[in-house]
Design a protein around this ligand. Sequence first.
Ligand SMILES: [Zn+2]
Length: 369
Amino acid sequence: MPWSITIGRFGGTAVKIHVTFLLFLAWIASSAWARGGWTAARDGTAFIVLLFLCVVLHEFGHILAARRYGIQATEVTLLPIGGVASLQRLPSDPRQELVVALAGPAVNLVIGFALVLVLGSVRPGELQQIENPHLSLLGRLAAANLFLAVFNLIPAFPMDGGRVLHALLAMRVGGPRATEIAAKVGQAFAIALGFLGLFGNPLLLFIAIFVYMAAAGEAQMSAAQQALKGLTAGEAMETRFTPIAIEATLGEAVDALIAAAQHEYPVVDAFRKPVGLLTRQDILTAVRAHGRDEPAAVAMRVGVDSVRPSAPVESVFERLQDPKAAALYVTDADGAIVGLLTRQALAEIVLIRSFRPDWRFDRRPRVDS
Ligand SMILES: [Zn+2]
């Protein structure tokens, strides 16, 4: 995420703070100072810092659970609204999805109950008064953790409860239908939250908008998956594209860029085997740093996946959702490129199938060079 500062690294995952979070801390400190001087400012800030430490631990609950299933997380970012862990992908097995989703709130439950045990004397009534300055710092922290656990289990995306609901539904009715139902439940909760927000805490209104958008996003994703069902890579791929030869110069890549409205340029060897990919943006970035005669390959990205024309699009759709995955190569039995699977081409198909769900795409692989 842009505008974030890395403050540390834990087992391959970078912990970052977003600039808005620092502004949020400054705002907490100054408003506490205005009310109760330096002591209040110090206590208020300490509470928020400890609280967000618990939020980071919550995210690491998800991350460590996901790691058990071979899914890595590159970073955790702290925002004023909470933490965001960027997992490579979500587990497709609902049982694993359930474990990963529950691992976060479980961390807060453990912290909350551990603090209650340590303090010994916290009565249930006190746990409802996070705002009460007469409660001890740790007492408020215990209450906040228990609140976090419960709040995150609200069955609406992007809360963990939404994922829990999705996993439980997926075990019964399958993935796509589960997403559809979970998205609807999430939107219903968002509307209820928004209603509460109108008459009570305006903060709820903000959360409601977030929840609604997240649920809508999930529903859209599910519709896209549904539209792509049964399609093969060979039917969905772009076939009219200009490849760039491995020995081409940056000047030639720029010429290719101007000659066609293409966004992704596979870099191929003499046998048309793809060795890398240049996006329009890669070429533009390279122009700033290199001259015309520099090899175009200096700017190409490597490690782009290949699929066969017979591969079901459904199975590779998720790989294309990663913003860094610009496209996938479609290659024949000899490894030569016959097509490119791009987000743009898939978006066209989703659009066409939204008008005509039964539209058939019977396409023969053909390559123009
Ligand atoms: Zn969570």
